[in-house]
Design a protein around this ligand. Structure first.
Ligand code: HSE
Length: 440
């Protein structure tokens, strides 16, 4: 790799170096730039082709940049890089669905391969972008959009391409898992959020994480791949963690559960919700800002992946892994004299997963008194509610969305003095026993 612009290479030369443009040099972009600058021999060795980092598009040249990245690479003309006919690969690290979307669409239209960590973009426009890439015979690669360095996107798209996937999801958001871990240790929601902000996990405006939007974005991306369906973020039933209290965690402790933000999709349903999870379950294991992602296939059984789901290092590592995969594809296409898209680009079906995953609800009652009146009110409404063994003031009830509406009505009518109503996680009945396969 070279760090300066070479003279315009002849695009008909099958052996010429690949020219890469990086857009954005924030937390993820600077990590990617560092890795590309430091991988001058390893990336070509792994991909079979040499590359030039031709430029880095940034909003302002006056911002200080990491000293190991040559200053001459930076330009404020990101659009110029996208439109440059000598650029083969565009790495998009701007984020969001504004100018980043424009650049990604323009790059794909111009038959450039795109590597991105942009989950918002893939979750809301993934099917369209994948179809555009397929039509242009190029790859859009986005391993880093879900789970940082956890290798889940290509695992689903390629390693499990022959599998009938029944379920995908788990703990997909590190910030909320950090907050819930702190609350389990006794912190209040406000104290745990402040700690998450101090440590750089949560943004000043934490809505995206705590309202479950980030987890829903990641789930949409995984479900698009797993089920080849056009699920997008706003179609996923979603509840965040802002209403959870220390008392809810107290109940979890007494019952042998953990409270986790679970994002999960099955073949006909999906959900993002806080849920009680039995302590021995894989989804109960991640602590602090860790993620846990499980894929269950009919033949493969359950595969569980765990690791750090965010941060500059893990995310940049994942982006550069995609760059190597794209470079390999370019080498293979050149050798074959054709242009083919990645196997990840199979178009998705149009229909969506409309239903919420039905889960049993745990009602923590407002008083420690007799649970019978609450139970009778539920049973009178056709809901088979049961007291929870050994725990006064707790009733569990199996609910579909009709039942959930009914419970809301009873609570509103004060027939049930419920302090909280939180789902209890239940695995698919066909799920084979879970075996942790890979720790990353
Ligand atoms: N805010 C995200 C999280 C960052 O906390 O998981 C990684 O996508």
């Amino acid at each position: 790799m070279s760090l300066t612009h070479p003279a315009h290479a002849d695009r008909t030369d099958a052996n010429r170096d690949v020219r890469i443009a990086l857009l954005g040099c924030g937390t993820v972009g600077s990590g990617v730039a560092r890795l590309l600058v430091n991988s001058t021999s390893s990336v070509p060795a792994r991909s079979g082709v040499d590359y030039w980092l031709a430029g880095i598009g940034v909003r302002s040249l006056s911002k200080p940049r990491p000293p190991e990245i040559p200053a001459g690479l930076f330009t404020e003309d990101a659009r110029g890089l996208v439109d440059d006919p000598t650029i083969d690969v565009v790495i998009e690290c701007i984020g969001g669905t504004g100018v980043a979307a424009e650049f990604v669409v323009a790059a794909l239209e111009a038959r450039k391969h795109v590597v991105t960590a942009n989950k918002d973009l893939l979750a809301t426009r993934g099917p369209e972008l994948r179809a555009l890439a397929a039509a242009r015979g190029v790859t859009i690669a986005y391993e880093a959009a879900v789970g940082g360095a956890i290798p889940i996107v290509r695992t689903i798209a390629e390693s499990l391409a022959g599998e009938e996937i029944l379920e995908v999801g788990g703990v997909l958001n590190g910030t909320t898992n950090f907050i819930l871990s702190e609350m389990f240790g006794g912190a209040t929601y406000a104290g745990a959020l402040a700690a998450a902000q101090r440590l750089g996990f949560a943004e000043t405006d934490p809505t995206n994480d705590v309202a479950g939007i980030d987890a829903a974005h990641k789930l949409a991306i995984l479900a698009q791949l797993a089920f080849r369906r056009g699920l997008v973020t706003h179609e996923i039933p979603r509840t965040g963690i802002t209403a959870l209290s220390r008392d809810d965690h107290g109940l979890a402790k007494r019952a042998g559960w953990r409270l986790k933000l679970i994002a999960c999709a099955r073949t006909d349903s999906s959900i993002v919700t806080p849920a009680y999870v039995p302590t021995e379950h894989p989804f109960a294991q991640p602590v602090g800002p860790q993620n846990c992602i499980r894929v269950t296939g009919r033949s493969s059984g359950s595969l569980t992946f765990a690791g750090t789901g965010a941060g500059s290092g893990p995310t940049a590592s994942s982006v550069v892994g995609d760059v190597v995969a794209v470079l390999r594809r370019i080498t293979a296409n050149r050798n074959a004299g054709v242009s083919t898209a990645s196997t990840m680009l199979e178009p998705v079906r149009e229909d969506v997963l409309e239903k919420s995953i039905p889960l049993r609800r745990v009602l923590r009652l407002a008083t420690l008194g007799d649970v019978r009146p609450a139970r009778e009110a539920l049973v009178g409404s056709g809901i088979a509610a049961e007291p929870l063994d050994g725990l006064p003031a707790v009733v569990t009830a199996p609910l579909d969305s009709e039942g959930a509406r009914c419970i809301e009505t009873l609570i509103a009518a004060r027939e049930i003095g419920a302090a909280s109503v939180i789902p209890l996680w239940e695995d698919l009945s066909v799920v084979p026993s879970t075996s942790p396969l890979l720790e990353v």
